[in-house]
Design a protein around this ligand. Structure first.
Ligand code: PHE
Length: 382
């Protein structure tokens, strides 16, 4: 009897330790949890995935270095290569092989829509730091949340800016066909621009990957609108604007967060001057919280200035740490409840409080493009 008890104690202790390990994602350390990051580290949006990785890395290093931090966070990065199919596979690997208890990602809405299907099926929370398409969170259900504003807000911000600040009466909109982000933004801009008394005089389209926009430029020149709404990614937007200016088209172009990439300036050159976009973050914002973040980021990563992507990923990593510290269990289920109840978390891109719809309410900034950088114009509240 006595012998049995003695034997049982270590056996039970071992089982309990293993359970903790499993609950923590089997990290090899009882106090460690694994958080996945499904990111565009290569391919068309590679710059954004890399900036996101920097944001998460910096945040987890800071969090783990705090003496009072009991739960250490380990990020597992997967590259979705900027493709929806690969994003699904990356998500599956994180969930079924790497044993993560929650995932941050992705960058582009098309990839996040694909990853959200897996999150829903596998019941592992996916928190997008940057994907703004409206349908993602709505269709994703309780395992999918977002810590940035969505495209209904972003489209409205720029439609109001066009009407009220630029006094534009007419607009041509140009959609990136098949890109859910661009399609959603064309819809939301159209609705608010029209409600505000403006008129969309033509709706044009392009395929991503296009390099020659001369025909498109000729069409717009004939229509001669007051502004041109082009809510695509920087890759094509830079070429559209460059060729428009070469073709003598002078009207300002307006866009959204998808322009926020240093490549916008290198691909377009000085012709980029004098256009406008909405964004989540301005690295030049004098707010001490922003300046401290920019300083730390540059010191850690070779003097690189963070884009909104790096800043949002940094905030998402802090949101994961907050959720882990309050979770009833360090399991996907426990994390889901803790994420969905995040409240008053002050990040560098504003405050995160999850609504019952797992969305946040945040301000947007309107930026103007100068020849080599963005310049702050105004802040627009929801
Ligand atoms: N909002 C974009 C999308 O959903 C991604 C993005 C966010 C790009 C922030 C740049 C900055 O596809």
């Amino acid at each position: 009897m006595k012998r049995l008890t003695l034997l049982m104690v270590p056996a039970l202790a071992l089982a309990a330790a293993l359970a903790v390990l499993n609950g923590c994602g089997g990290g090899g350390n009882v106090n460690e949890v694994k958080i996945g990051a499904n990111l565009e580290k290569s391919g068309k949006s590679g710059e954004w995935g890399q900036d996101s990785e920097r944001g998460i890395t910096l945040a987890f290093e800071e969090i783990n270095a705090k003496p009072e931090q009991k739960i250490k966070l380990r990020a597992i990065f997967e590259d979705n290569k900027s493709e929806a199919g690969a994003s699904k596979n990356a998500m599956k690997k994180l969930v079924t092989q790497d044993g993560v208890i929650a995932v941050i990602g992705c960058v582009g809405s098309n990839r996040t829509i694909a990853a959200a299907d897996v999150a829903k099926e596998e019941k592992v929370p996916l928190m997008t730091h940057a994907s703004t398409n409206v349908t993602i969170v709505k269709n994703g259900g309780e395992y999918v949340s977002r810590i940035c504003f969505d495209d209904n807000f972003q489209g409205a911000v720029m439609a109001r800016f066009a009407r009220r600040s630029l006094k534009a009466a007419t607009a041509v909109s140009i959609v990136a066909k098949g890109n859910s982000y661009s399609e959603g933004l064309c819809e939301s801009f159209k609705k608010v621009f029209t409600d505000e008394g403006g008129k969309i005089v033509e709706e044009l389209a392009y395929q991503e990957g296009t390099k020659d926009f001369k025909t498109l430029v000729t069409q717009i020149k004939q229509i001669n609108p007051a502004v041109i709404w082009v809510p695509g990614y920087h890759n094509e937007v830079a070429l559209i604007i460059k060729q428009a200016r070469e073709g003598g088209l002078q009207a300002p172009f307006l866009g959204a967060d998808g322009w926020d990439n240093p490549e916008l300036f290198t691909l377009c050159g000085p012709a980029i001057k004098g256009n406008f976009l909405s964004n989540h973050f301005d690295p030049g914002d004098p707010n001490p919280k922003v300046q401290e973040f920019v300083k730390k980021f540059k010191a850690r990563f070779n003097n690189i200035t963070p884009t909104a992507m790096g800043a949002l990923a940094y905030d998402a990593a802090y949101a994961m740490a907050d959720a882990a510290s309050r979770a009833k269990a360090l399991t996907p289920e426990g994390m889901k409840d803790a994420i969905n109840s995040i409240k008053d978390l002050h990040g560098v891109c504003g405050t995160i409080t999850m609504s019952p719809e797992r969305e946040v309410v945040k301000e947007a900034v309107v930026l103007e493009t100068e020849e080599t950088q963005f310049k702050y114009k105004e802040t627009i509240k929801p």
